[in-house]
Design a binder for this molecule. Structure first.
Ligand SMILES: [Fe+2]
Length: 281
């Protein structure tokens, strides 16, 4: 398990002055944490746009008039929805997930600005696994097999979603990710394998055989186990007040540990999407 090492900065301006190096590090690591200065919401938006210019996501500096997708997260929703108010600091509060895989315009990035953090260090840690690290564990045969798989995925967080989704989002199980130059293994967002959330849509451009369906499921379960249990590829962020994270949500599966109450902390988040618009567009 690797603790994410924050970049210590003394002002928002110093982040901007060194932005090229920080974006390069972000492309390699899919994550960067700035610590040492608190930034305003307008500065956070500017940072998100500057990363958008270099990562090709929205918002960015040249896209005018777009809607900005922001939220405040204190995790009360997770606690209330599943009655999970007394989760310990070494237990998962918010389950592992990849963002919006069943949506047609998924979030591919975010900035999270921990505006309030009044709990002890080491509670409410965020865990990350880079799905390219899981891809790299595959044998050549399994990688070749998965490269021929196209996945159909539906909205995952059923209680949050308006109505039933008629048309699943289709995507390749393995996608070469241009910013890092590495293959990403895009299997189930919520690590649930039922026909309602996720299935193998096609193999090599045709209907899959029973054998291919079974092999795909087996590899999907392998993927899930690595995300959930393999500490060798896990990264952990221990929050401080004022920490600003830029995270690549195309690559980073993530989960949140417990040990805090909603009134003790929240972050302000800005979503970044592949196309302009919401996750439904
Ligand atoms: Fe998330």
């Amino acid at each position: 398990m690797k603790i994410v090492e924050p970049v210590i900065v003394d002002s928002f301006e110093s982040i901007i002055q060194n932005i090229d190096g920080y974006v390069d590090a972000f492309k390699r690591n899919a994550l960067i944490v700035f610590r040492g200065t608190s930034i305003s919401r307008s500065e956070q938006l500017l940072l998100t746009k500057i990363f958008g210019d270099r990562m090709g996501w929205y918002p960015n500096s040249s896209e005018f008039g777009e809607q900005i997708w922001s939220y405040e997260e204190n995790h009360s929703h997770s606690m209330n929805m599943h009655n999970r108010h007394n989760i310990k600091k070494d237990e998962i509060l918010l389950s592992w997930h990849l963002e919006h895989m069943g949506h047609h315009n998924p979030a591919v990035g975010a900035t999270w600005n921990m505006e309030k953090f009044k709990c002890e260090t080491g509670v409410g840690n965020t865990l990350f696994v880079n799905i390219s690290d899981v891809y790299d564990m595959l044998s050549e045969e399994d990688a070749d097999f998965l490269k021929k798989c196209k996945v159909a995925a539906f909205y995952g967080w059923a209680l949050d979603e308006p109505g039933r989704q008629q048309i699943p989002a289709l995507h390749d199980a393995v996608e070469m990710y241009e910013p890092s130059g590495r293959n990403a293994l895009r299997l189930s967002a919520l690590f649930k394998y039922d026909r309602e959330t996720y299935y193998l849509h096609s193999f090599d451009g045709r209907r899959p055989s029973d054998y291919e369906d079974a092999r795909f499921l087996e590899l999907s379960l392998f993927f899930t186990k690595q995300i959930h249990n393999n500490e060798d590829i896990r990264q952990v962020h221990e929050w401080n007040e004022g920490d600003v994270i830029v995270v690549d949500l195309f690559l980073m599966a993530h989960a949140v540990l417990g040990g805090f109450r909603p009134e003790q902390r929240f972050f302000h988040g800005l979503w970044a999407h592949r196309k302009s618009g919401s996750k439904y567009d």
